[in-house]
Structure formats: structure tokens, C-alpha cells
Write a protein of this length. Structure first.
Length: 296
């Protein structure tokens, strides 16, 4: 028999189960971003300036000051939810729904982590919101793009493109530690034919181990395989692979809220509704887009 209310013991069981499922769900880019907690309508990050020492050329000179220009990068959170309805026979469903491995929870957790990865991806390669009050939009700098034809003709991932991404980050004074490189399946396949990635004569660390690259440190980068990298809008054969600096990529999240309710207006259907606020931003223009042609 269907009941119009959920037993008192149920919400706590649901809450514990939901958190456990999220912690075990797979995510690719999120571990390579810097986490932060979202509060308020917007959030900004103060960026310090570059300091240059001046030479002192006399005894007891009048003090003159060096310039120190600071800036801001802004994050604006957005609200998301993923409500799912179950039919009125809630007593039949409750036992399976609260289990952390239930199908509903697995699918909601997986969708949430895909969404989080998209926020990280878009922070790496997207526009930046800057300015004193967050009113300025900066597009991704064209100087931070490695062209698909970097080697002379359209190509996929190559040793030359990898080292060029490293050189551009060096020129930008990006710290050596915590650089990451995200590629998709076709680029992983291409790396397996690059001698520098597979031959120990070139390096002590072989990139492709047991058919996977994920989490391996090689050529100055921690490598990430992520299938939802976007394509160049002007050439849908060119995948945007991404080299980035982890501390500059911020993923802001609110505390997850979960609701489970019987809806009389929906024939006493059971609603399972997770909700969250998400935001992301890039602190500095330290990321590199590496265009890799697919199918060449």
C-alpha cells in the first residue's frame, strides 16, 4: 500500500547513501582543479602583481616607489538539479533507492561528476571575467593556442605540439609543478606510436602503461584522459586538447542538497531531487589549447 509520507528514519539514510555514492563516482578533470566553497552571489580572487626591484644609486635618497598593479578574476555560481520521479508504489522502491549502488543514485552521481568536469574544462579554455566589479570579459588569448598544423600540416597529437605547449607555459612563467595535459581517446592512441612516449631510451618514465595514460607524469605534465574535450567551432575535426596549471583552475561548489518527497499532485509519485550550485574560473591566462586534428 502506498503511503503519503516517508518514514522518519528515511531522510538520514538517504543523505548518507547519496554522499557515499558521490565520493565513489568517477571524475577525470575535477581532481586536477583547485576546489573552493561557493558562498554569496559571486566570488572574486585577488591576483597579485609583479614586483621589480630598483637600484639605489645614492646615500639617503628620497624614497620612490615601484608599481604594484593587482587584478581580480570572478566566479559566478549557477544552480543545477536533476529530479527523477518514481511511480506511487514508493514502498516498493525505498529499499533499493537508499542502497548506494542503486541505479538511480549511480546515474545521478555520474551526471553530477560529468557536469563538474565540464565546469573545469570551460574554466581552462573559456573567457575570463575580470575588472574591479566583474564587468570585463577577456577572451582566451590567441597566443596561447598551438595550431593543428603546427608541424606544417594538420596533425593529431605530436611530440612537437607537446613541447611547444611546455615552451609557451615556460614563457608565461608558469611553475613547473602541477602542470596537466588533457587528451581524448584518439590522442592516446596516437601517443602510443610516438617513440618519446613508449621507448625507455628517451625517458625513464613510459607514458602509456597497461594501455592507459591517466594519472601518469611524463614530459612535464600529469596526463588526463577525458572524452568530453570540445572541438574547434571553426573546424569540427580539430579537438581542443588542454595544457593547464592546476592552481589556476578553480572549481567552486556549494554543499549538495538532496530532497526526497512524495508528490500528491503527481499521483503520489516519489521525487528524488539532488541540487547544487557550481561555478568555475581561471585565475591567470596560463592555459594552452593544443588543437589536434582527428581522422588524419
Amino acid at each position: 500500500m502506498s503511503t503519503p509520507t516517508i518514514p522518519e528514519h528515511f531522510p538520514d539514510t538517504w543523505d548518507r547513501s547519496w554522499v557515499s555514492a558521490l565520493q565513489t563516482a568517477d571524475s577525470r578533470l575535477v581532481p586536477n582543479a583547485t576546489p573552493d566553497t561557493l558562498t554569496g552571489d559571486r566570488k572574486w580572487y585577488n591576483i597579485g602583481g609583479t614586483v621589480t626591484y630598483k637600484r639605489k644609486t645614492a646615500r639617503y635618497p628620497e624614497t620612490t616607489y615601484v608599481d604594484y598593479n593587482t587584478s581580480k578574476s570572478w566566479m559566478t555560481p549557477e544552480e543545477w538539479d536533476a529530479p527523477i520521479l518514481q511511480d506511487e508504489w514508493d514502498d516498493e522502491f525505498l529499499d533499493s533507492i537508499v542502497v548506494p549502488t542503486s541505479r538511480i543514485m549511480q546515474d545521478q552521481a555520474a551526471a553530477y561528476n560529468r557536469l563538474r568536469d565540464e565546469y573545469v574544462r570551460d574554466a581552462i579554455q573559456g573567457d575570463r571575467t575580470t575588472g574591479e566589479s566583474g564587468g570585463t570579459t577577456e577572451t582566451f588569448p590567441t597566443a596561447n593556442v598551438v595550431a593543428a598544423d603546427f608541424g606544417g600540416s594538420d596533425e593529431g597529437i605530436t611530440w612537437g605540439k607537446i613541447t611547444e605547449a611546455g615552451r609557451l607555459m615556460d614563457d608565461l612563467r608558469v611553475p613547473i609543478e602541477q602542470r596537466c595535459f588533457a587528451i581524448a581517446a584518439e590522442q592516446k592512441q596516437e601517443l602510443m606510436s610516438i617513440a618519446q612516449a613508449t621507448d625507455k631510451d628517451y625517458a625513464n618514465t613510459v607514458l602509456v602503461r597497461n594501455g592507459t595514460i591517466h594519472g601518469t607524469f611524463w614530459a612535464g605534465f600529469t596526463w588526463v584522459q577525458y572524452e568530453d574535450l570540445t572541438y574547434d567551432p571553426s573546424d569540427l575535426n580539430d579537438r581542443h586538447c588542454l595544457a593547464f596549471y592546476k592552481p589556476d583552475i578553480i572549481l567552486g561548489e556549494s554543499q549538495m542538497k538532496t530532497h526526497m518527497d512524495i508528490l500528491p499532485q503527481m499521483s503520489h509519485a516519489l521525487q528524488i531531487r539532488p541540487s547544487v550550485k557550481l561555478g568555475s574560473c581561471r585565475i591567470n591566462n596560463s592555459s594552452i589549447i593544443v588543437k589536434c586534428s582527428e581522422g588524419v
